[in-house]
Design a binder for this molecule. Structure first.
Ligand code: 13P
Length: 277
């Protein structure tokens, strides 16, 4: 079926007290693996790409691949720009057919983050595209942006930000980090509850790879409606490709096909977490 919009998926998940997994993809095999997992699990998913991924190819390439995969499938799929870093990139993604965009002004002062976000919500209204923003800082490294310090989202600021920008979902900083964790991540669930009590729109969890399943489900109970996974899928794909790569073989379908299967298996497991069984 055609791509669906991100906002309606998240509002539906919120009503059902579940979450939609959002998977970062890097190539056609990732897209096929994720869509196949969504079909098998009969559960909607968000497919997303970071700025470095779309700079490697382009938003048009990824939109074409994901639209093709969605149209051949019975699964409901939204296409989202993850960590959009400018109004221009968000606008390019909307023009290419993305049905949801994130504008990440979280490293900017509060007022500047608000202004940048407002410029994107204004543009998105014309396209009927939903907008995610971020307040506070998620640690670790995603793309070229890295952050060594985690600043928890402030609940009062979150309420003001949402009201003044008109965003559809908000990524919150509660102790997660992008990439691999060194020890077990310590999440501030009390802060999540405080934010939930002040903010009605769907909340988003970044940096979920490596967070124990029970903790993710606790976050979903406390109002997280979109759960982002990147590193787990990249690891699954890369390990499968390495394991199936031979010095003599010259058929990329062999090792890329193994990568695709590994992505599908990783996505199935994470859909189960977000679907709560
Ligand atoms: P992980 O790489 O930790 O899964 O984080 C993904 C993410 O939040 C993408 O925005």
């Amino acid at each position: 079926m055609p791509l669906v919009d991100g906002k309606s998926l998240l509002l539906e998940a919120q009503r059902k007290h579940k979450a939609i997994p959002a998977f970062n993809v890097e190539n056609m095999e990732f897209v096929q693996g994720v869509v196949s997992a969504a079909e098998k699990m009969e559960y909607p998913v968000i497919i997303q790409t970071t700025p470095s991924t779309v700079r490697y190819a382009s938003v048009e390439y990824f939109a074409a691949i994901v639209k093709c995969a969605a149209e051949k499938s019975t699964a409901r799929i939204a296409l989202h720009l993850d960590h959009g870093d400018s109004l221009q990139l968000a606008a390019d993604a909307m023009a290419a057919g993305y049905t949801s965009v994130m504008i990440d002004g979280s490293k900017l002062p509060f007022a500047e983050n608000m202004e940048l976000t407002k410029s994107v919500t204004k543009k998105a209204a014309g396209y009927g595209v939903s907008v995610e923003a971020e307040l506070g800082t998620v640690g670790g490294k995603e793309d070229s942006a890295s952050c060594s310090q985690i600043l928890y989202t402030d609940a009062e600021e979150a309420a003001e930000f949402v009201e003044k920008t008109g965003v559809d979902s908000l990524a919150v900083a509660i102790g997660t980090a992008h990439g691999f964790y060194k020890g077990e991540p310590k999440l501030n669930l009390k802060r999540l509850e405080e934010i939930r009590n002040k903010v009605e729109i769907p909340l988003v969890l970044h940096g979920t790879s490596g967070v124990p399943y029970e903790t993710v489900q606790k976050c979903i109970e406390l109002g997280i409606c979109k759960v982002n996974y990147a590193t787990d899928l990249r690891k699954a794909f890369t390990e499968a490709v390495k394991a199936n790569f031979s010095a003599e073989g010259v058929d990329p379908k062999k090792y890329l096909g193994a990568g695709r299967q590994a992505v599908e298996a990783a996505a199935v497991e994470r859909i189960r977490i977000c679907r709560l069984g």
